[in-house]
Design a protein around this ligand. Structure first.
Ligand SMILES: *[C@@H]1O[C@H](CO)[C@@H](O)[C@H](O)[C@H]1NC(C)=O
Ligand SMILES: *[C@@H]1O[C@H](CO)[C@@H](O)[C@H](O)[C@H]1NC(C)=O
Length: 339
């Protein structure tokens, strides 16, 4: 009898303990789940999927401003060049308005993440109201499978409110882009490049999760066998010479503008390598690097360093040039480093 009571008690205690432990586990699980699907207002975690949707929206909102200023300045073209730094200058105005639209949108929606912009106008009082696609519609386009929640302290968002400013003033509008890049612990994992002019398009890719449709159809396409380099039209001379020395007189070279534009040409296989020989700013590089890497390509400095850090406290400039390819990266590196 006594033994039985003891056993019964022990069983009860065991049952109670198990129940309590299960309840605790259930509670912890529930907490984890709720922060896993963290809403934008949660300070604990930020959902990368929501951040991607917000970043797409921000790039498009910036694009609306860029197009708007261009259309206005076409009407008053005589003001162009009158003041180099003045607010009448369409580049300054477009840069400013696009920056404010993108920056305000992202920092309102995601107050806990760090946003770094090329344009650093402190004063964005004239809050530009976001317009364009609804965020829920943007979210629907992202069939990324699962979501990832990250500590916002590890997130740096890089925005470039107007890439290819010179071409913007010259009305070479196909080169113009707005860009957003999401780096986690300094690694660019999500890139968005938006072309605001006709044909208006948004390209994005998220490492291990997916990409926009306009980048998917090309991923299986065979990259051309012969090298086709894409280089900057503003300092093409030096790159042309070096490229011919490295790859032979007959190498095909496309001169183009805008880092965003050039990265995309490599991503879809229109060019095999994006070569940049001088220093380049990180907000020009981050989104394109994220896209190329997510699609299976490689991005490095021209000297071969692939550890390019995009954290908030890292240097804002890549000093050693840039090489982006979808394949044969090492082959190009060897060629350029043995000139
Ligand atoms: C490129 O090479 C040509 C001919 O060799 C030379 O005249 C020219 O100065 C070079 N340009 C640059 C930018 O190095
Ligand atoms: C790549 O080339 C095709 C065919 O010429 C063109 O339609 C497309 O706009 C180019 N660039 C991208 C990013 O798709």
């Amino acid at each position: 009898m006594i033994v039985n009571i003891g056993a019964n008690l022990r069983i009860h205690r065991l049952g109670l303990c198990t129940t309590i432990i299960l309840l605790i586990l259930l509670y912890l699980y529930a907490i984890r789940q709720s922060s896993y699907y963290a809403s934008k207002s949660s300070n604990d975690f930020v959902s990368l999927k929501l951040l991607l949707a917000g970043a797409i929206k921000a790039a498009e909102v910036g694009g609306v401003e860029v197009v708007g200023v261009h259309e206005k300045s076409k009407l008053g073209i005589e003001s162009k060049g009158k003041t180099k730094e003045g607010i009448d200058d369409p580049v300054t105005l477009a840069d400013y308005r696009s920056h404010c639209a993108m920056y305000n949108y992202l920092s309102l929606a995601f107050p806990s993440v760090t946003v770094i912009s090329e344009e650093r106008s402190k004063d964005c009082d004239e809050v530009v109201r976001p317009s364009g696609t609804e965020e829920s519609m943007v979210l629907e386009q992202i069939d990324s499978g699962w979501d990832v929640a990250v500590d916002p302290e590890h997130v740096t968002v890089w925005i470039d409110p107007l890439d290819a400013t010179k071409e913007y003033t010259e009305s070479l509008l196909e080169y113009v882009t707005t860009m957003v890049c999401i780096a986690v612990k300094g690694v660019p994992v999500i890139g968005i490049i938006h072309k605001p002019f006709i044909p208006k398009q948004t390209y994005w890719a998220w490492a291990f999760h997916g990409s926009s449709k306009n980048l998917q159809s090309f991923s299986s396409k065979k990259v051309p066998r012969d090298p086709i380099l894409i280089v900057s039209r503003s300092h093409a001379g030096k790159v042309h010479n070096a490229s011919k020395t490295a790859l032979g007189e007959n190498v095909k070279i496309i001169s183009a503008a805008g880092a965003g534009y050039k990265f995309l040409e490599v991503a879809v296989g229109n060019a095999t390598a994006y070569v940049h020989m001088t220093a380049i700013k990180k907000w020009d590089v981050c989104a394109g690097a994220a896209i190329i890497k997510a699609l299976g390509g490689t991005v490095s400095s021209l000297s071969g360093d692939t550890q390019l850090d995009f954290g908030a406290t890292d240097s804002m400039v890549l000093e050693d040039g840039l090489l982006a390819t979808m394949r044969s990266h090492k082959w190009y590196l060897d060629k350029f480093n043995n000139i």
